[in-house]
Design a protein around this ligand. Sequence first.
Ligand SMILES: CC(C)(COP(=O)(O)OP(=O)(O)OC[C@H]1O[C@@H](n2cnc3c(N)ncnc32)[C@H](O)[C@@H]1OP(=O)(O)O)[C@@H](O)C(=O)NCCC(=O)NCCS
Length: 153
Amino acid sequence: MTLFLRKAVKSDLQVILENEQAAYPIPWTPTMLSDSFAEQYQFFVVCLNQPQEVIGHMILQPILDECHLLNICIRPSAQGRGFGKQVLQKWFELAEQQQWTTLWLEVRESNQVAQSLYSSMGFEHIATRKDYYSAGEGKREAGWLMSKLMHSS
Ligand SMILES: CC(C)(COP(=O)(O)OP(=O)(O)OC[C@H]1O[C@@H](n2cnc3c(N)ncnc32)[C@H](O)[C@@H]1OP(=O)(O)O)[C@@H](O)C(=O)NCCC(=O)NCCS
């Protein structure tokens, strides 16, 4: 079973939305996802070749020689099988190709699964942003800012 990324297209939106809503307690809205087709983002779907299916997505925002991970999602039925790790590895390959020297992401303080995945892939916790995320019902939650330096050429 091979995992690959391809550029998302508008006709993927329905499955992206289903995966997003299944994976996140507070998912992005349809508008936030469709706005991610704008030129300043790189919007990918995560696919498996056998059977051909879209199991998740990744949204990147490159800025000069840096790149920000805005969203990474693997649908719950496919989690815990190493796919999240492979998607991050694909991000690192893109970083080599596109010469991004620093990678950035934010993660909820409560999302320990994602935090330990990022740490195991070389990200460092740089700062904590108080009240960064909505936590529903008018509550807020802190976000960890994490970054990874890539080898510059
Ligand atoms: C975070 C996410 C992308 C990881 O994808 P994944 O395919 O499950 O990750 P992997 O299978 O590559 O697992 C990575 C590590 O997390 C661990 N892990 C995965 N799911 C886990 C779970 N439910 N409970 C505990 N550990 C878990 C794995 O054991 C693995 O650690 P290991 O290498 O030490 O064994 C996925 O869980 C997800 O989409 N979550 C919901 C959305 C989200 O939180 N995105 C991140 C926002 S910052």
